[in-house]
Write a protein that binds this ligand. Structure first.
Ligand SMILES: [Zn+2]
Length: 150
């Protein structure tokens, strides 16, 4: 498997693509993210999930180009698709690989309210969040609070 050497390797590639696509990046970070593979803001801030470093290079490149194209095309419409195809060829195949990796991983789940559902794990919410035992509303009560002399 053709993987990434390290974070720097990945970031270098991001900057290469950014130059190629004419995207001005303000900041670029690779860090652990729980819910998605990448995010970008119109101000030029880019974040990539550090877990991408463990995946194949091609898959990482897919995420890079996907995200960078959103600077000029904020949706996944026809234009975006044709640009993706122009730069990456059969990008759907890469997307599939990415989604599969997500399922193999643990902590990915769909988080609502972001403009980029494509870069999130597609599987449904899965098991319901295990109900945290709710405490009685008068939380001042605590059986073992002797005199803590606060
Ligand atoms: Zn997208």
């Amino acid at each position: 498997m053709n993987g990434w050497r390290d974070k720097t390797d990945f970031k270098t590639r991001v900057l290469e693509w950014a130059a190629k696509l004419g995207v001005k990046t303000q900041s670029l970070a690779v860090r652990p993210m729980r819910n998605k593979w990448a995010s970008c803001s119109t101000a030029g801030h880019l974040n990539f999930n550090a877990q991408l470093l463990e995946l194949e290079r091609e898959v990482g490149e897919y995420v890079i180009v996907h995200e960078l194209l959103h600077f000029s095309v904020p949706n996944h419409g026809k234009l975006w698709k044709s640009l993706m195809r122009a730069h990456l060829g059969d990008y759907e195949r890469l997307d599939e690989r990415l989604q599969r990796s997500a399922e193999a991983g643990e902590n990915f789940h769909v988080a609502g309210g972001n403009m980029d559902p494509a870069l999130k794990k597609r599987r449904g919410a899965g098991r319901p969040s295990h109900g945290s035992t709710r405490h009685a509303s008068n939380s001042s009560f605590s059986p073992d609070s002797m005199d803590a002399s606060a």
